[in-house]
Write a protein that binds this ligand. Structure first.
Ligand SMILES: Nc1ncnc2c1ncn2[C@@H]1O[C@H](COP(=O)(O)OP(=O)(O)OP(=O)(O)O)[C@@H](O)[C@H]1O
Ligand SMILES: C[C@@](O)(CCO)CC(=O)[O-]
Ligand SMILES: [Mg+2]
Length: 388
């Protein structure tokens, strides 16, 4: 079948995420509570005659291939199933060979995700120039890989839907499933919480692949603290897996306790949202849960000296902090109760920044993935994405 030629430019953005509670335990089916964050990844895809050009400046990748070569080398080897499922490792090896890179090459992991999704979703292939730029720190626990995966899935599905309006599911549920496939290529065994929150936005309760979007989110104020220590999510997930395999009867109950923290925190957030008369007491309970969870994560050996120091500095101000995401460095967050005065916030920020950490406040519970009107095309209209 001949390759397709032209489509309207697609502009997509997807948010970062903050795991309030449940990281690691969620990989083993326990409950996580996650909110979307104000920093976003932006992607544009434009039609390009007979070529595929990929520009990922954040990781220093800019390359171009003839579409005919991709169709000849990759398309005959792609997995038969046209719905997202398990990663076909034979096909990822085919893509590695095509790109001439080794399996562990991190800079190329994003390219593998792109070609995997492109080969399956864009049938029978279309020339395109894809450009991705992110406000999200990469490899720091705020879901940069999920935002990339969600943008790729959304953009490629939107293009395919132009050619094949019936039979191409562009709902949020489908986007999250395709992005989950991409996350599996990057991580091995992700839980799916990161792609779910980046797709749906807001606040979600997530367990065993089930996404419960919470209709209302109380206005939580948190201080994000970047340790500036880089780490790879996959390595930390592997570290926990080794411990779980060695001591399932010890590590399993830690996962249960973390799950209990997520459920209790959600109950408190719901109570806060409905009635803020008992706000002080509720914030006290939320702070206690953050402390418990940080201790549990420390027991799982995913904290780091920098994260422990942030928690200690927060405690000097009577505040609680915990790591967020995979840990091992990356980000922590400090809960700022409504009773705190601005002078104390400035003081804690100064103390943290003196030690080399970078602090910021950003919005929580922002909109999930959006397809925006393309600036370069007058004819492109904003497209709503349905929930399921
Ligand atoms: N803007 C981007 N451009 C290209 N690739 C990206 C971009 N953002 C993320 N990636 C890919 O995601 C990888 C980082 O994923 P990783 O899961 O380790 O960190 P994270 O998603 O930032 O943190 P976490 O999963 O703990 O929330 C990078 O090595 C790169 O392959
Ligand atoms: C560490 C982890 O629980 C969260 C990473 O953001 C991994 C996952 O859920 O896939
Ligand atoms: Mg990630």
């Amino acid at each position: 079948m001949a390759a397709r030629a032209w489509f309207k430019p697609v502009v997509v953005s997807a948010p970062s995420k903050l795991i309030l509670h449940g990281e690691h335990a969620v990989v083993y089916g326990r409950t996580a509570l996650a909110a979307s964050l104000g920093m976003r990844t932006h992607m544009t895809i434009e039609a390009l005659s007979e070529r595929v050009q990929v520009d990922f400046p954040d990781i220093g990748v800019r390359k171009e291939w003839p579409l005919a070569l991709i169709r000849q080398k990759l398309f005959p080897r792609r997995p038969p199933h046209l719905v997202p499922g398990e990663v076909d490792r034979v096909f990822t090896q085919v893509i590695h060979d095509f790109l001439g890179v080794s399996q562990g090459d991190l800079a190329h992991a994003s390219l593998i995700c792109f070609f995997y999704l492109f080969s399956i979703i864009c049938d029978p292939g279309v020339g395109m120039a894809i450009h991705v730029r992110s406000e999200i720190p990469i490899g720091a626990g705020l879901g940069s890989s999920a935002a990339l995966s969600v943008c790729l899935a959304t953009g490629l599905l939107a293009i395919q839907a132009e050619f094949q309006p019936k039979g191409c599911d562009t709902s949020r549920a489908a986007i999250s499933d395709w992005a989950f496939l991409s996350e599996k290529i990057l991580h091995g065994t992700p839980s799916g919480v990161d792609n779910a929150i980046s797709t749906f936005g807001g606040l979600i309760r997530f367990a065993q692949g089930r996404i419960e979007v919470q209709e209302r989110l109380p206005c939580l104020r948190i201080l994000l603290v970047n340790t500036q220590v880089s780490r790879r999510t996959k390595d930390l997930v592997d570290r926990v897996r080794v411990q779980h395999a060695a001591h399932p009867r010890v590590i399993g109950p830690i996962f249960d306790a973390i799950s209990g923290v997520s459920e209790s925190a959600l109950a408190i957030l719901r109570a806060l949202e409905q009635d803020d008369t008992g706000a002080e007491e509720h914030y006290g309970q939320l702070a206690q849960l953050i402390e418990y969870n940080q201790q549990l994560l420390r027991t799982l050996n995913v904290s780091h000296a920098s994260l422990d120091l942030i928690c200690a500095i927060a405690l000097e101000f009577g505040l609680q902090a915990k790591l967020t995401g995979a840990g091992g460095g990356g980000f922590a967050f400090v809960l700022l109760p409504p009773s705190i005065n601005e002078k104390s916030v400035l003081l804690i920020r100064d103390r943290l920044e003196e030690r080399g950490f970078v602090c910021q406040e950003t919005e929580l519970g922002v909109e999930g993935v959006v397809i925006q009107p393309a600036q370069s095309s007058d004819s492109f209209e904003s497209q709503p994405i349905s929930a399921s």
